[in-house]
Design a protein around this ligand. Structure first.
Ligand code: MGD
Ligand code: MGD
Ligand code: MO
Length: 811
């Protein structure tokens, strides 16, 4: 028995380089039930992060009663993250939406599906026939639906309505991963495989608290660290996260300075001769320019900008430069800062100049965050075109037009697709009049929330929200559609390392809730979208039919799914794309031959100027003659758009705890997870706290120029001058009658990276003041993770107790 709240990573199963990661099967059945009580095990995978851990859902009497990891799967070899162990309980919450709701003045009232869909369709037809046409529609979706749902939504938007205003919360999440891979390698698609952990001799974690956010991947890293010949570890994070505490070297840089650090590290690596001259010559473009720029970043300058000792820059360069099989992971500390794409490309540069790509152990994970973010990007429910096609390449548009049997001109391709931040801007200005929000909660997760609430409540904006619960966003909608979720519908999705899993339906959804796919198909039917020959544009009726249609769309593209079937996905392990007749078992690593996807006819983008975001034309791109070589993009460091001043002297950063998922609609309804981190807190360095007269548990106000919130103080290992807020806590909560603002995004800034358009959640200037004495009661921050207090602090440990007891074993 293991209390996986007290011990999120469970017991170690150490192993050595090149060995297979041992199996450890985790399971949790509620209410002390045993395997004998389970009627059926239904195959699925995790949906509370992007790792893609395969698991089986336990069903008894038509209800989910627990989960168990799948030992056969290549990703987790049986392990399950704590959120997945307990989070499924939210499916059974009494708060689930069971009927559609429609607005009646100030209130939302229950309605039947015909009434709710009727309102949406009437409004859609009116807008489509009126001035502005397709330009009036905006779709804001998720990284949490299934591949089949995104592809359907993508076809509705791009071939049915013909609107370029489609994006996902993936813009907030992994837009930079996509942008950086397109920029460096030509297309999206992770080069590496999770098995790189088994082979590497060094791991660098760039702004990634993997211990709390992809716990199973961290278990793999920890098991290597506890085995023979462990990999060295470098962490770059302003906080003392579990990753930072485990690492051999922790660079606690000032947030917002990643590019200066990367330039300094590259300079040192080149100067010391730790680069692969032959690989650079044969497989890359831009080395001279890279050398010229990074030369301006000697260690003392980097030390000054990042506020770390110069000797640490040199030590980090040595750790990276002398490794033989380097594995890097990159996530929000890089993606949600200014110069996000430039910083992420700099990690690609590091691997390219060292020839550390396309072989076991030499891997890059430009990470995803959400379980299905990858599929949104692949299928074109976000700003991209399906099949990782290039919107500026006419031949790619023609392929899609043929596939869908529509006119080329229907498919939006005359300008770059509209990104989420711009969609909300259009809604604010009034040009978008129908905003359809599915599986995301922007009233908590977008920056500068007072502005978002203002936009969503504009009388002339018709807002549709498709969710499981009456979220902060749904409350503001004109129509709310009750959705079925994971466990209640069938579909597929793809992990960070391109592994495709199936998630089968285990139980019926509550009440009248419907799978998102059925909702989108119903809309398409009612709108009567037709192809060029007057036939229905979409004639699919179930997920497997959509999957088969998607396979054709993916044919010949990097994310080629043509060799995968539902049948092949059932029973065994997930399969990595590309999977084709020639590679029926999938493909473990990309770019093993040093040939990249940069051919002008194949690539997904003609590229941007990374400093300004200006787009290059096809002619400009061709003139570079990439010939399968990767691009080394390098830019100078620029400071964040907002830096501390006298009035707002501290730097704010935001992020996650291991126990909660995003806006907590699921984890806040699973008792073990909810209780482990029940309310917001703010992390302060003890030196800053002492100066402000604040001790553990005191109530403090945190203010930026955009808003003020309240939180209890946790004194811990964050770097001086920086404060951290978890962004999980919305103003609307079942347990809180009052609405004292506590969402981190009341404070964050409306600003984004010029290339990926990802917002800057990790950097803002704030003032912190003490509001009330904590009277000896510690803050609600967990003692596990980045918020861990000093060892001698008088704070009770975070535990789950008897209801959190899970098991781990060989099967
Ligand atoms: N438990 C849990 N797991 C999750 C999620 C969740 O909500 N909860 N969400 C999933 C999703 S969608 C995502 S995107 C991932 C996110 O996974 P992560 O990126 O690992 O999570 P974050 O906490 O957002 O940010 C990571 C770290 O960036 C650091 N950081 C802040 N500013 C900077 C900076 O300027 N430079 C550097 N180098 N570091 C900085 C923060 O201190 C933080 O520890 O997690 C996924 N997994
Ligand atoms: N300050 C700050 N802000 C951030 C971040 C940060 O680090 N700091 N991180 C950003 C990142 S990386 C992300 S990914 C976003 C996440 O932000 P959101 O996407 O807003 O967060 P979630 O709470 O996951 O919202 C998903 C919604 O979908 C619903 N849902 C779940 N499953 C289904 C389904 O099958 N169908 C339907 N229709 N609905 C479903 C859930 O109930 C929930 O309301 O937040 C971003 N915002
Ligand atoms: Mo994310």
């Amino acid at each position: 028995m293991v209390d996986r709240i007290a011990s999120p990573w469970g017991e170690r199963t150490p192993y050595g380089p090149g060995q297979e990661w041992p199996v450890r099967v985790d399971r949790y059945l509620a209410d002390g039930r045993a395997d004998a009580d389970v009627d059926r095990w239904v195959q699925s995978a995790s949906v509370l992060h992007s790792n893609g851990d395969a698991l089986d859902i336990a069903v008894a009497d038509g209800q989910i009663i627990g989960v168990r990891g799948r030992a056969v799967d290549r990703i987790n070899r049986g392990r399950v993250d704590p959120k997945d162990l307990y989070g499924w309980q939210a499916n059974h919450s009494p708060d689930r939406l069971t009927r559609p709701l429609v607005r009646d003045g100030d209130r939302l009232v229950e309605a039947d599906w015909d009434t709710a869909m009727g309102r949406i369709v009437a409004r859609s037809k009116e807008l489509l026939d009126g001035p502005g046409g397709w330009g009036r529609f905006g779709f804001y979706t998720s990284g949490q639906l299934f591949l089949e749902e995104y592809y359907t939504l993508g076809v509705i938007g791009k071939a049915g309505l013909g609107t370029p205003h489609m994006d996902g919360n993936t813009r907030l999440c992994t837009a930079t991963a996509a942008a950086a891979m397109k920029a460096s390698f030509g297309t999206d698609g992770q080069p590496g495989s999770y098995t790189d952990v088994d082979h590497c001799d060094a791991i660098a974690l760039w702004g990634h608290n993997v211990a709390e956010t992809q716990t199973v991947l961290w278990m793999r890293m920890l098991d290597r660290r506890r085995g023979p010949n462990p990999p060295a570890m470098l962490a770059v994070d302003p906080r003392a996260t579990p990753v930072a505490r485990e690492a051999d070297l922790h660079l606690a840089i000032r947030n917002g300075t990643n590019v200066a650090l990367m330039n300094g590290l590259l300079r040192e690596i080149i100067r010391r001769g730790w680069y692969d001259h032959d690989y650079v010559n044969a497989h890359t473009l831009g080395f001279d320019e890279l050398c010229r720029i990074v030369d301006g970043y000697p260690a003392p300058r980097v030390a000054d900008v990042c506020d770390i000792p110069a000797s640490e820059v040199e030590r980090a360069a040595e750790l990276l430069g002398t490794s033989q099989r380097l594995l890097s992971t990159v996530l929000q500390g890089f993606y949600q800062s200014n110069q996000a794409t430039a910083a992420a490309c700099a990690v690609n540069n590091l691997h390219l100049v060292r020839g550390m790509i396309g072989r076991p152990g030499a891997g890059i994970y430009q990470m995803n965050g959400q379980p299905t973010a990858q599929n949104n990007r692949e299928t074109g429910a976000d700003g991209d075109l399906p099949g990782l096609r290039n919107w500026a390449n006419t031949a790619h548009i023609e392929e899609l037009a043929r596939l869908w049997n529509v006119d080329v001109d229907v498919i939006p391709h005359w300008a770059p697709p509209t990104h989420a931040m711009q969609i909300f801007r259009y809604a604010e200005q009034g040009s978008i009049k129908l905003l359809w929000i599915s599986a995301t909660n922007p009233a908590v997760s977008l920056p500068e929330l007072h502005r978002i609430r203002q936009i969503l409540t504009r009388p002339e904006l018709f807002v549709v929200v498709q969710d499981l619960f009456l979220t902060e966003t749904a409350e503001l909608a004109d129509v709310v559609l009750p959705a079925a979720t994971w466990g209640e519908k069938t579909g597929t999705f793809t992990s960070v390392d391109r592994t495709v899993h199936i998630s089968d339906k285990a139980v019926d959804p509550p009440g009248e809730a419907r799978p998102d796919l059925d909702i989108f198909l119903d809309y398409a039917r009612r709108m009567d979208f037709r192809d060029r020959d007057g036939q229905p544009l979409i004639d699919w009726s179930g997920p497997e039919e959509v999957f088969e249609a998607w396979k054709e769309c993916s044919r010949g593209r990097p994310c080629d799914y043509t060799g995968i079937t539902y049948e092949k996905l059932r029973g065994g392990s997930g399969i990595q794309w590309p999977c084709t007749d020639e590679h029926p078992d999938g493909t473990e690593r990309l770019y093993t031959d040093g040939l990249f996807h940069t051919d002008p006819d194949y690539c997904e983008t003609y590229g941007h100027d990374l400093a300004t975001g200006a787009e290059f034309t096809g002619a400009e791109y061709r003139a570079k003659e990439p010939n399968g070589r990767a691009f080394l993009h390098t830019v100078d460091y620029q400071a964040s758009p907002e830096v501390p001043d006298d009035e707002h002297p501290l730097l704010l950063t935001t992020g996650r705890t291991v126990y909660q998922f995003h806006t907590r609609t699921k984890t806040g309804r699973a008792p073990q997870l909810d209780q482990a981190a029940p309310d917001v807190w703010v992390e302060l360095n003890p030196a800053d706290a002492a100066r402000l007269g604040i001790i553990e548990g005191d109530l403090v106000g945190i203010a930026s120029t955009r808003g003020t919130i309240q939180a209890r103080a946790r004194l811990c290992g964050i770097r001086p001058g920086v404060v951290f807020l978890p962004f999980h806590y919305g103003y609307f909560d079942q347990d809180r009658a009052d609405r004292t603002p506590r969402a981190a995004n009341e404070l964050t800034i409306t600003a984004w990276d010029p290339v990926s358009k990802q917002p800057l959640f990790k950097v803002a200037a704030v003032a912190v003041t003490k509001l009330a004495d904590g009277q000896g009661v510690p803050s609600p921050a967990p003692t596990v993770g980045g918020s861990a207090p000093p060892a001698d602090a008088d704070v009770p440990p975070t535990i789950g107790g008897p209801t959190a007891e899970a098991t781990s074993g060989k099967e």
